[in-house]
Design a protein. Structure first.
Lengths: 342, 82
């Protein structure tokens, strides 16, 4: 029996990837028990007993490495824990730093290096794009209102105004750009990225790098329908040679290790790199559904097992997200609130 | 004819899926016939002839329909300067 803990089980309107990862791992063919790691007693994954046999509240990474690791060791000591699959950006720096320690405790991971993790910052994208031979939309990094106005004068409207890690909003005039700038600064701080809007198809690739320049599979999709938060609701698999080759160059050039999402705009022959996420996206179950079970492969890679490398998925497969509901006993809520586990 | 067109998945009901972009389209039987013939590499005269035979259209009308349809395909980026 392999015991795996998965974080990001907040299957809400801005969902974490944990539930999708657990669904994939359940279909791995391995004998597994999956634990959910939650930051809030209302995280829906806690109540999905068919996916997570146990769930635990874990401390925020900001509380420090020791507190976080002690919680994992508590789980290991009391219930057994072989592998940790992290699904949230905020946990990654701590876990990357602690990966060797975790390994000595017998908790395996399959994470990017800290250098790779840092590539997710949007001000690093031009450098990444250059090294793999793709484009980035013309970009300005701004830290003041004056710089913002100058950037919009240079780029022309519409522009995208983005936080360095999160949030992206489109602006059609200086008023909108200023409002977005202020909102992003108040939430995420400086600097802010201002980008020319590129016309084309928004496509994303989910993949799993082997850490040596190769990969255990890629699946490219186009988002067909997104929510007001910009999250995918329906999508379709695509075979876009240019995009897949660019993704392979990315994995090869940076020897990416672990799950990732490569977000691009494809305009004819041109690929514009928009974002790199250093972990699986929330729609990662789509890969399992089309026969390239990346969560299961990540688990196998972490365990040092032989991992499949085929990724011959069909183009034209649809991904449909939907809302669902469940009923749980108050006893479950009581246990997670009072004991931090259920 | 562009490589793009040859990759299109075209169903008998007139549903078209572009595996490269993920875009899908629907068309009527006239469009379906034109697309299939373009995919097979057929030229203008052959397509016009097929349209008149299949749908009983006058040659001039069939040619106009073909031009209109090609213009739409160009607008969607599915063919280049046919």
């Amino acid at each position: 029996m392999i015991r795996v803990a998965v974080s990001g089980i907040n299957a809400v309107d801005n969902p974490g990837p944990g539930v999708g990862i657990a669904k994939g791992i359940r279909e791995s063919g391995l004998e597994v028990e999956i634990y959910g790691l939650a930051y809030d007693s209302m995280d829906p994954g806690i109540y999905m007993k068919w996916l997570f046999s146990r769930s635990f509240i874990i401390p925020y990474p900001s509380e420090g490495e020791e507190v976080f690791l002690q919680r994992l060791l508590y789980i290991k000591h009391n219930y057994g824990l072989d592998v940790l699959v992290s699904a949230l950006d905020a946990e990654l720096p701590l876990l990357i730093k602690a990966a060797d320690r975790l390994q000595t405790y017998g908790i395996r991971t399959f994470l990017p290096t800290y250098e790779q993790f840092k590539l997710r910052a949007k001000d690093r994208l031009p450098e990444v794009a250059e090294r793999i031979g793709v484009k980035v939309p013309e970009t300005r990094v701004v830290s003041s209102y004056e710089e913002l106005v100058k950037a919009t004068n240079d780029l022309g409207f519409p522009v995208m105004v983005k936080g360095i890690f999160y949030k992206a909003k489109r602006a059609y005039n200086v008023g909108e750009a200023t409002a977005h700038f202020n909102e992003i600064v108040s939430e995420w701080g400086y600097p802010v990225i201002v980008q020319k809007v590129v016309q084309g198809e928004e496509m994303n690739v989910v993949g799993l790098g082997d850490g040596e320049g190769g990969h255990y599979g890629l699946v490219a999709i186009k988002k067909l329908w997104i929510t007001s938060l910009g999250k995918i609701w329906t999508g379709v698999t695509v075979h876009n040679e240019n995009l897949l080759k660019a993704t392979e160059r990315f994995v090869g050039e940076f020897k990416w290790r672990g799950g990732f999402e490569f977000e691009c705009i494809v305009s004819g022959e041109d690929i514009y790199l928009i974002e790199i996420n250093p972990r699986f996206p929330a729609w990662v179950y789509f890969s399992a559904g089309v026969g390239v079970n990346l969560p299961a492969r990540l688990l196998k890679a972490a365990l040092g097992l032989d991992v499949e490398r085929d990724w011959d998925y069909e183009a034209g497969k649809l991904y449909v997200r939907y809302t669902d509901d469940l009923v749980a006993d108050m006893a479950m809520f009581q246990s997670i609130v009072l004991k931090g586990e259920v | 004819m562009g490589d793009r067109l040859t990759k299109l998945a075209i169903s008998d009901e007139g549903f078209i899926f572009d595996p490269e972009t993920g875009n899908s389209y629907t068309t009527n039987p006239t469009g379906l016939l034109i697309l299939r013939m373009l995919k097979e590499g057929k030229g203008e005269e052959e397509i016009v002839k097929a349209l008149t035979e299949e749908f009983g259209a006058e040659e001039e009308e069939a040619r106009r329909d073909l031009y209109d349809f090609l213009e739409q395909l160009r607008a969607y980026g599915l063919v280049e300067g046919v």
